[in-house]
Design a protein around this ligand. Structure first.
Ligand SMILES: NC(=O)c1ccc[n+]([C@@H]2O[C@H](COP(=O)([O-])OP(=O)(O)OC[C@H]3O[C@@H](n4cnc5c(N)ncnc54)[C@H](O)[C@@H]3O)[C@@H](O)[C@H]2O)c1
Ligand SMILES: [Zn+2]
Ligand SMILES: [Zn+2]
Length: 378
């Protein structure tokens, strides 16, 4: 059956060199940009010329500590899992994407055969791998190999660099779907980092009538207000309190915690209307968190969780970004060339004013370090 997707002009394959530059993590705060062999696409794989890679919390955990939760760096590994680029070459049988197609890269690759995969929960595949999660190499390099089913074509009008933000946008799409946000809902988002700011925008796109946002950072709250939050609150204004006194029939329909902070989760939970829904999106820092469960039980609160993205979330994220209802470029606060990947990681780790730092492998080191969000659009 012919593909419904528009066929893009096939650009001639460019001769691929034997080696490429890649940002390889050797240990805590020891990231080296060095030569690596250019991989050759095998059956069902495409080689993507990387246009941009966004840095996020898990990259920073590996960079700062050599580990992210239970996963420990035991061998030099290329970091980076939020990537976009252009299809440069295809392996045998990989015929879904024409050469030259701009794509967002879905970085987590399930086995496709286990019970989780077969039930549609492919993001929970126990045998899956994810770019930039040691020992699996990531995308902080000039080119990266991807199974053809895990690259998502970017429509006209969406800058290829913005495609790097489709991955965190897919996290937000999944979280809002898990929350069941619907037309007219009043939503509270605790935590206005990149994930919270994307959840804010996706909730509005899903029909929420009002989305309020809390954070401890005034700068991030200003950003939330600029992206459509109906009200912003210093986190101190949302105390968890004795739950019973906060029970408010006019409370929020949905609260999504995007901070990972237990106090914020409890504060959101206790601001729900009876029968409301709380979603754990931010990674809790502890397995045991005190929550007002007796109160939640009396109010018939639904407490649920969201992990990454699964079937349909990536295509929905691409479509949302293309629709213009979600602004991605405004989250980009700095861009660095690949040769300056160590400075990019250091900046993302230490500069609290940064939201999303991008590494753009196609950009020459001579062009300097941080650039504006406007330039990242190009
Ligand atoms: N569910 C998933 O699959 C998934 C995917 C990606 C990231 N995450 C997690 O989501 C969270 C957010 O990611 P991010 O990249 O936006 O991180 P981030 O650190 O940039 O954002 C977290 C925000 O929470 C704010 N915050 C801290 N304490 C708070 C409080 N008490 N009340 C309100 N806000 C508070 C911080 O100031 C910050 O702005 C992280 O925990 C991250 O690990 C989860
Ligand atoms: Zn990420
Ligand atoms: Zn599987």
């Amino acid at each position: 059956m012919p593909s419904a997707e528009p066929v893009r002009p096939v650009r001639p394959a460019v001769a691929t060199p034997a080696h490429q530059r890649a940002a390889v993590l050797h240990g805590p705060r020891d990231l080296r940009v060095s030569d690596r062999p250019v991989p050759v696409p095998g059956p069902g794989q495409v080689l993507v010329r990387v246009a941009a890679v966004g840095l996020c919390g898990s990259d920073l955990h590996y960079y700062a500590d050599g580990r992210n939760g239970p996963n420990v760096l035991r061998q030099p590994t290329v970091l980076g899992h939020e990537a976009s680029g252009v299809v440069l070459a295809t392996g045998p049988g990989a015929d879904r994407h024409a050469l030259g197609t701009p794509v967002a890269v879905e970085p987590a690759h399930p086995c496709g055969r286990c019970a989780a995969c077969r039930s549609g929960r492919y993001h929970q595949c126990p045998r899956g791998t994810c770019f930039g999660s040691p020992p699996t190499d990531g995308a902080l390099s000039e080119r990266v190999l991807v199974p053809e089913d895990f690259v998502h074509p970017l429509p006209e009008g969406l800058a290829v660099r913005e495609g790097a933000l489709v991955e965190p946008l897919a996290v937000a799409v999944h979280a809002v779907r898990r929350a069941g946000v619907t037309v007219g809902d009043r939503v509270l988002v605790t935590g206005a980092g990149p994930i919270g700011l994307l959840v804010l925008q996706v909730a509005l796109a899903a029909g929420a009538a009002a989305v309020e946002v809390s954070d401890v950072s005034a700068a991030r709250l200003r950003c939330a207000a600029g992206l459509g939050a109906s009200a912003v609150h210093d986190a101190a204004e949302l105390p968890p309190g004795p739950a019973a006194t906060l029970a408010d029939p006019a409370g929020f329909d949905v609260a999504l915690d995007c901070s990972g902070n237990a106090t914020a989760l409890a504060a959101g939970l206790t601001r729900l209307r009876p029968g409301g829904t709380a979603v754990v999106v931010g990674n809790p820092t502890s397995d045991t968190t005190a929550l007002p469960l007796a109160w939640a039980q009396r109010q018939e609160i639904t407490l649920t969780t969201a992990f990454r993205y699964s079937a349909g979330d990536f295509p929905a994220a691409v479509a949302l970004a293309a629709s213009g209802r979600v602004r991605l470029a405004e989250l980009v606060t700095a861009t660095f060339p690949l040769e300056q990947a160590p400075q990019a990681l250091e900046t993302a780790l230490t500069d609290r004013d940064q939201l999303k730092v991008l590494v753009v492998p196609g950009r020459s080191p001579a062009a300097g370090a941080a650039t504006t969000a406007k330039e990242a659009r190009s």
